[in-house]
Design a protein around this ligand. Structure first.
Ligand code: NDP
Length: 278
């Protein structure tokens, strides 16, 4: 029997990148999945990838929705319950480093950018989690939040609002993990490093620039010690591990870093000391 047979999962932000890879993996492993995002065309591409993997259409619920809206959250949840009858796993993955409308970075970013960034990366997670709790209590389910190594403790001066949102999300993961384990619900999170997805494009980078960014970063050992760019599948496998009680039942409120070593490198150690000391 596949590891998610009999399980029902909602994966937000599954019209692209990490969410798409997770939805395909979960569906291949037997889950009934709700896939969702705003972009109907990209969401259909996810659905086609799932069907191409041999999964029955009966096991896919596709919902075009904005997860920051009440109506969107309600539709994601209500259609899942209507089609599959329950909810076992909630993967709060939708997120973005929303570009400032004036193209500003750092402290010059607008307060409107703060609101929009917190809305998608934090508020929507809290809202959808609150709505899902009664259903996850019934199934003794799992929540996996997708954070980022940008959450700290190092600074990310160019995109302060995004990293603030993810830092707050990490504390939300810890708080809910302890609050909800009494009801049998486990909450954990993943902190990805650089992963080649649509994330750069969503920040306003042209496709070619985004590709160049990822390929260049992977060659710099002070940026990605593993020497290869992270792929959506790397994160999907880690999400599956934390969403599967058979493999991770005693892990509660954990922040699993999946970053090829990026967050372990200190600026100090990026220098070639043998040359500096000559
Ligand atoms: P992508 O841009 O490829 O995917 C983001 C997904 O989120 C898309 O499916 C997008 O769908 C969805 N989304 C964004 N805003 C909304 C919204 N308002 N309503 C509904 N869906 C929305 O990026 P990733 O796959 O990389 O991002 C997934 C998660 O991983 C995010 O939380 C991100 O912060 C995190 N992360 C990514 C890293 C990376 O290097 N890629 C590093 C660290 C963390 P649509 O556009 O169709 O609405």
């Amino acid at each position: 029997m596949a590891r998610f047979t009999g399980k029902v999962a909602i994966i937000t932000g599954s019209s692209n990148g990490i969410g798409r890879a997770t939805a395909v993996l979960f569906a291949k492993e037997g889950a009934q999945v709700t896939i969702t995002g705003r972009n109907a065309q990209r969401l259909e591409e996810t659905k086609q990838q799932i069907l191409a993997a041999g999964v029955s259409e009966q096991n896919v619920n596709s919902v075009v929705a904005d997860v920051t809206t009440d109506a969107g959250q309600d539709e994601i949840l209500s259609t899942t319950l209507a089609k599959f009858g329950k909810l076992d796993i909630l993967v709060n993955n939708a997120g973005a480093a929303i570009p400032d409308s004036q193209g500003k970075t750092g402290t010059a970013q607008s307060i409107e950018n703060y609101d929009a960034t917190l809305n998608v990366n934090l508020r929507s997670v809290i809202a959808l989690t609150k709505k899902s709790i009664p259903h996850l209590t019934t199934t003794k389910g799992e929540i996996v939040n997708i954070s980022s190594i940008a959450s700290g403790p190092r600074s990310t001066p160019e995109f302060p609002h995004y990293s603030i949102a993810k830092a707050a999300l990490d504390q939300y993961t810890r708080n809910t993990a302890i609050d909800l384990i009494q009801h049998g619900i486990r909450v954990n999170s993943i902190s990805p490093g650089l992963v080649a997805t649509g994330f750069g494009s969503a920040m306003g980078m042209p496709e070619e620039v985004s590709k160049k960014f990822y390929s260049t970063m992977a060659t710099m050992k002070e940026c990605v010690p593993a020497g290869v760019m992270g792929q959506p599948q790397d994160i999907a496998e880690a999400i599956a591990f934390l969403a599967d009680r058979k493999t991770s039942s005693y892990i509660i409120g954990h922040q699993l870093v999946v970053d090829g070593g990026s967050s372990l490198v200190m600026g100090l150690h990026c220098q070639d000391f043998s040359k500096l000391l000559q």
